[in-house]
Design a protein around this ligand. Structure first.
Ligand SMILES: Cc1cc2nc3c(=O)[nH]c(=O)nc-3n(C[C@H](O)[C@H](O)[C@H](O)COP(=O)(O)OP(=O)(O)OC[C@H]3O[C@@H](n4cnc5c(N)ncnc54)[C@H](O)[C@@H]3O)c2cc1C
Length: 289
């Protein structure tokens, strides 16, 4: 991107970046965060909490589109805005202005936002250079099969750099699952990694957010929704063939891990369907009745 090499343009990856962001916030610098995913929201919240005026710019029409459906994202947006963060959606960053240092960000639609610093949190891409040089097949990540083996025998890849069945995971849990399968495989046991049911269970900008599985609701599924915007709560459960297959929660995430267990174990939920939304204890007691 034009201007990305100006002084004052940063990323958010490690503890050195965090020290730098804290210093910027202490100086009350006007900051633009590019990216409305998990990391961008975390960076924006940290900076706003430390006293910096923050504008968050996101390319898509809703925040955290990979984890939340439209109503959940809308609720999150209003809760985050209350923390003093200005949010611009459908905002495509075209260039960064400045002589030697950042002075502003220009969007593709011509809008310009004043800024003394810009933080990029707009996604990660695996560094596949080493594998590529070694002649190992790569796409977005280093391609692995169900035993986590790359295209070369006796060379394996796990974690953020690996691409399994077309997916590069950007969270810790799939990497742990891959590590377990690979350890079994290397120990000579039959083991197969079939992919991970990704779950997000975090405080995003101080707001509890959980999502897992088919949270959008694919064809043939049905959704049960409880929405109480005034109290900052949104819950959506997706059901398919008598089983919970996805969930998205904002605000009240008390039953998140139970929902995740139901999704992962493919537990039949027909008997608890009516009460499942209201939590584990009620649902299990009605199932037993
Ligand atoms: C700010 C931030 C917050 C996050 N929060 C969460 C969270 O709350 N929950 C969650 O699940 N995930 C979170 N993540 C994502 C999570 O950190 C990553 O998914 C996870 O660290 C990936 O693990 P990994 O071992 O595959 O890669 P990494 O943790 O990146 O480790 C790879 C290591 O390999 C080293 N390396 C690279 N190339 C070479 C080479 N050629 N030779 C030798 N060493 C090399 C690197 O220096 C690095 O130490 C967060 C990430 C960031 C940046």
């Amino acid at each position: 991107m034009p201007g990305a090499d100006l002084a004052g343009v940063h990323t958010f990856r490690d503890s050195r970046d965090v020290d730098l962001l804290l210093a910027l916030a202490a100086q009350k610098k006007q900051i633009v965060v590019v990216g409305g995913g998990l990391l961008g929201l975390e960076a924006a919240y940290g900076l706003a909490k430390a006293g910096a005026p923050v504008t968050l710019i996101h390319l898509m029409d809703r925040l955290m589109e990979r984890q939340l459906d439209a109503p959940a994202a809308q609720l999150l947006k209003s809760l985050v805005a209350r923390k003093g963060i200005k949010i611009l959606l459908d905002a495509n960053t075209a260039r960064i202005h400045g002589e030697s240092h950042v002075e502003g960000v220009e969007l593709a639609d011509g809008r310009r936002i004043e800024a003394e610093a810009v933080i990029f949190a707009a996604g990660i891409r695996p560094n596949v250079a080493l594998a590529k040089e070694a002649g190992i097949p790569v796409n977005r990540g280093i391609v692995v099969d169900d035993t986590l083996q790359t295209g070369a025998s006796d060379i394996f890849a796990i974690g953020e750099c690996a691409e399994h069945r077309g997916i590069c995971y950007g969270l810790v849990e799939p990497a742990y699952e891959q590590a377990r399968v690979l350890a079994q495989h290397l120990a000579g046991d039959a083991a197969c990694y079939a992919g991970s049911v990704v779950a997000t269970n975090l405080k995003v900008s101080g707001v509890n957010v959980f999502s897992a599985g088919d949270f959008l609701g694919s064809d043939g599924s049905e959704s049960i929704v409880l929405s109480d915007v005034r109290h900052g709560t949104y819950k959506k459960l997706v059901i398919s063939e008598g089983r919970l297959t996805g969930a998205a929660l904002v605000g009240d995430t008390n039953d998140a891990l139970w929902y995740l267990e139901l999704i992962r174990t493919r537990t039949p939920t027909i008997k608890m369907r009516t009460d499942m939304m209201f939590g584990r204890s009620l649902a299990l007691s009605s199932e037993a009745a």
